[in-house]
Design a protein around this ligand. Sequence first.
Ligand SMILES: [Mg+2]
Length: 130
Amino acid sequence: MSGNDYFIAVDFDGTCVTHEYPHMGIDIGAVPVLRELADNGCKLILHTMRSGSLLQRAEDWFRSNGIPLYAINENPTQKEWSSSPKIYADIYIDDSALGCPLKFRDGVKRPFADWEKIREQLVHDGVLDE
Ligand SMILES: [Mg+2]
């Protein structure tokens, strides 16, 4: 499996930015790794509980950071073989997922995704090159 075969579902709050829902969190180093994934042909699916204008703000975050989204809260390719609401992805990156590397920072109330370690894992798994 090469990088361009992967559907990657990415949570937003606590994963792309610190968790300050319904507000926007701050940068935690996700941007270069998400760009790298997209540049390698991975299809990024925003996988979030945000809706309405709060979802729009998350979409704007991706756009303003130059990260193309393949889809939002759905994988259009699964409709032909499943009516399940679970989003089909090869990899789910989510600060609430068991096993997601987390970072703690003074003054930030919830731990958030550790993108240095996530990148290491993606390299280890053959999704990204060293
Ligand atoms: Mg989250």
